[in-house]
Design a protein around this ligand. Structure first.
Ligand code: AMP
Ligand code: MG
Length: 401
């Protein structure tokens, strides 16, 4: 199966996450499921944009430094004052930024153009009607649409929702994902290793990749290569997950626990024409979508990049689900297996003022080479027809940051 067909298969499997309302504080990075209408205008009332004096423009029209105008100050209007006495002709109210403009006033003289007086104020400059005023509805009009469905909720969008008085928003609910790593050789980091054992590294890696795209993840880490142990671990979890992601046990050897446990149970195991990450499986087990990733760490993480990440982002309502892709010149020659797309870990350097930058491989193609993945910032995509690329050749690069 081709990479693009398998990507579609996984995307279809995940469908769309249902929507639910969430408190603003828990919406960051989620996608709006419905449009949002403003319940109030912004600003909700005419208010001052400056600390100064609310006056009538006609009363200060002739004021300048040689010919100041002096007005009696009737009252102070700090921000938050809710009952404001009207301004009488020939008087001033001392007003602060964000405080409501008193009825009768039509302009604000900033404090810097005055002597700052409390009982009386000397005003050294004129102010046209509307100066330093923030008018009702200048930003948002009550009843208008302020956010579209599909909007990714970041700081500015959440601030806007709060500013119009909303406590929560309708969002696509993050999928609850169970990451289950299999392998009798796996040991918890921090514990002593016996010969033949390795530290379990896929669960933290896969869980963080999935959290990065908005999943709520739980990990079960040391499931041995034993079908009945696998089922015993999984059975109590199935009710409470939207997606099961397994690692390991899907290739062609003996003791392939995931394959043995889920074959013929709604999960299809496939060879995808890609290196790394060829052995894949997905389907529904007892109603729960399942994606089974190969155990080699690099294969597992590249599989997330190619298949799971876009599927999860799509199910969460994101319009843009792919990594940013650029063209770059190779700094060294590369070979690639024919008949398969290859994704090499690479180091991309943009070149100032040029459309394409340059890229070199970070380590070899081996799917156990995690250190060179950790040093990489991109994947170099090589199509299945290409078997050799010379230094200086142009390639597609998927940027990982
Ligand atoms: P498998 O797909 O189970 O045959 O595993 C392929 C390779 O990846 C083997 O060398 C495993 O030891 C290694 N591997 C599998 N699962 C993990 C894991 N969770 N953490 C680190 N290495 C793993
Ligand atoms: Mg294994």
């Amino acid at each position: 199966m081709s990479v693009s067909d398998y990507r579609t298969t996984v995307r279809t499997l995940l469908g769309a996450q249902p929507s639910s309302t969430r408190e603003l504080a828990h919406c960051r990075g989620l996608v709006l499921a419905e449009e949002v209408i403003a319940p109030v205008s912004l600003p909700p009332f005419d208010n001052s944009a400056m600390d100064g004096y609310a006056v009538r423009a006609v009363d200060v029209a002739d004021a300048n430094q040689d010919n100041p105008v002096e007005l009696p100050v009737t009252t102070d209007i700090p921000a938050g004052r809710t009952e404001v006495p009207p301004l009488l002709p020939g008087t001033a109210h001392r007003i602060m930024t964000g405080a409501p403009l008193p009825p009768g006033a039509d302009t604000v003289v900033q404090v810097e153009l005055t002597d700052g007086g409390i009982e009386r104020v000397r005003i050294d400059g004129s102010a046209p009607v509307g100066k330093h005023l923030r008018r009702t509805g200048e930003d948002v009009i009550a009843g208008s649409k302020i956010l579209e469905p599909g909007t990714v909720l970041g700081p500015a969008q959440l601030g806007l929702a709060a500013a119009v008085g909303l406590r929560d928003l309708p969002v696509h609910r993050p999928p609850r994902v169970l990451v289950l790593s299999t392998g009798s050789e796996l040991v918890a980091p921090g514990e002593p290793l016996l010969p033949g054992q390795i530290y379990e590294s896929n669960s933290v890696m896969l869980a963080s990749a999935l959290r990065e795209v908005g999943c709520e993840v739980r990990e079960l880490r040391f499931v041995p290569d034993d079908v009945s142990a696998f089922h015993a671990t999984l059975a109590p979890e199935l009710d409470s997950v939207d997606l099961l992601v397994t690692s390991g046990g899907v290739s062609a050897g003996a003791f392939e626990v995931v394959k043995d446990a889920l074959s013929g149970q709604g999960v299809e195991f496939t060879k995808v024409a890609v290196q790394p990450g060829g052995p894949q499986g997905c389907g529904r087990y007892q109603g729960v979508p399942v994606v089974t990733l190969p155990g080699n760490p690099v294969s597992a993480l590249v599989s997330v990049e190619l298949f799971l990440r876009p599927a999860v982002l799509g199910s969460l309502g994101h319009r843009s689900v792919h990594r940013r892709q650029v063209r770059a010149r190779l700094t060294s020659a590369l070979t690639s297996p024919g008949g398969k797309e290859q994704y090499r870990r690479g180091l991309y350097r943009p070149r100032l003022g040029e459309v394409s930058g340059e890229v070199g491989p970070s380590g070899g193609p081996g799917s156990h080479l995690l250190a060179s993945f950790a040093a990489a910032n991109c994947l170099i995509a090589i199509d299945k027809e290409t078997t050799e690329l010379a230094e200086g050749a142009e390639v597609d690069v998927l940027l990982l940051d």
